[in-house]
Design a protein around this ligand. Structure first.
Ligand code: MN
Length: 414
């Protein structure tokens, strides 16, 4: 399928994608869909009567939460209506209706597309969990006994989830000084990124009613890229015996576009087998993964070019999104529209496919050399971390846009 709009070659946003975001344009903020290098203002289309099953005011607001709460039948009807309007061969009168709602992407400012009531971060890559286990517990079995039985996770801080492009202030905190054996307080010396993919829930559940693993997808609206920024020195000192706290809560960046699960359907692949088989509530009839390619680039301040430091894929995550959502509600806890569930660091089996500097540099022991000749154990002030993700290739490629953040010194926080 093609669009009558001119779509730039190699775009993340062909007609097959149609991801949702929230954009500000001339002082107005509302829900938009990306196509090529433009956005479609859904509030303008809705005002023209395009979406009969969407209540007034759904798109004329600063988050997608109200739309996501309407459920999959409405998401599908809006997506199919947009596809009709944008596809080659449509009625020229409708084309004029769309043209009135188009805005060049360069003219809008993307905002955080969801409010994020609750945020969970999992730990679902077996390569990442094994590598981190080896680094932190060199003399023990790298995977703890629970790891293959449930998708390990923790509740994170939703209030500090920021959108692509937001500067990241270097956090301060307590860390152990290995020479004195005492803690000190100051800016982290071990600021890291974590390459992750997150899913956003649309419709929630009723308290006390877990979401069955085979129904989980009904609740998933779409996916975003996630950078779970981490201060490793703070994390190492604070997180025994409980989990991550201030080493993670200072900032988490998401990409501005939520790619609908329906757009990702052609890229489903079988998930890797699990051994041992999980308990029945985490055992779906079919275990499917998504074949998303991922990469991370570090661009130092003032550098002419960045360096891609990792290339990996989402398809071999040990725990799938369905299992994660079933697990997260198996005690009766509720999820709500706009909750974010991040995958945990996505690492592959090879040294060039690891999803964070902790693994890439073996906890700082083996620095990476960047294209400009400088070395990195962890991130420097001025470094920009750019994450990208896409499915397919050639004319079938759809992408997530970018998930960027520049590290700024604690004193120059904006
Ligand atoms: Mn993480």
């Amino acid at each position: 399928m093609t669009s009558w709009l001119e779509i730039p070659e190699g775009t993340d946003f062909p007609i097959q994608n149609l991801p949702y975001g929230v954009a500000e344009h001339r002082g107005r903020t509302g829900v938009v869909v990306a196509i090529g290098d433009q956005v479609v203002d859904l509030a303008a289309l809705a005002a023209a009567g395009t979406f009969p099953d969407v209540p007034p005011g759904t798109f004329d607001r600063d988050s997608l939460d109200r739309f996501m709460a309407l459920g999959r039948p409405v998401w599908r009807s809006v997506r199919s209506r947009l596809t009709d309007l944008l596809a080659t061969g449509n009625d020229p009168r409708r084309r004029r209706q769309v043209e009135a709602a188009l805005i060049p992407m360069d003219d809008v400012t993307m905002r955080r597309p969801i409010q994020v009531g609750d945020y969970v971060d999992f730990f679902s890559s077996i390569h990442h969990a094994t590598n981190v286990g080896r680094l932190f517990r060199p003399d023990a079995e790298p995977l703890l006994p629970n790891w293959r039985h449930l998708p390990v996770g923790y509740h994170g801080r939703s209030g500090t989830i920021v959108v692509d492009g937001t500067p990241i202030g270097r956090p301060s905190g307590q860390r152990l000084d290995p020479t004195t054996g005492r803690p000190t307080f100051g800016p982290t010396d071990a600021l890291d990124f974590e390459l992750e993919v997150g899913f956003v829930t649309g419709t929630g559940n009723v308290a006390g009613r877990p979401i069955p693993v085979d129904e989980a997808e009904r609740h998933i609206f779409g996916l975003v890229l996630v950078n779970d920024w981490s201060a490793r020195d703070l994390q190492a000192w604070e997180s025994r015996p409980l989990g991550p706290f201030l080493g993670k809560s200072f900032a988490t960046t998401i990409s501005p576009w939520i790619v609908p699960l329906d757009a990702l359907a052609p890229f489903r692949v079988p998930a890797p087998p699990q051994d041992p088989e999980p308990l029945p509530h985490l055992r779906p009839r079919q275990r499917l993964a998504l074949d998303i390619r991922l990469e991370v680039e570090i661009v130092p301040a003032g550098a002419a070019a960045g360096t891609v430091v990792t290339r990996t894929g989402f398809a071999d995550m040990y725990w799938t999104m369905d299992q994660q959502l079933a697990h997260a509600t198996s005690n009766g806890a509720t999820v709500r529209p706009g909750d974010l569930f991040a995958s945990g660091t996505v690492s592959g089996p090879t040294p060039d496919s690891l999803g964070c500097l902790l693994e890439l540099t073996e906890a700082g022991r083996r620095p990476l050399r960047l294209a400009d000749g400088t070395e990195r154990r962890y991130l420097h002030d001025g470094d920009t971390v750019v994450m990208r993700g896409w499915c397919g290739r050639g004319s079938s490629r759809i992408g997530f846009g970018s998930c960027r953040g520049t590290v700024v010194a604690s004193s120059s926080r904006t």
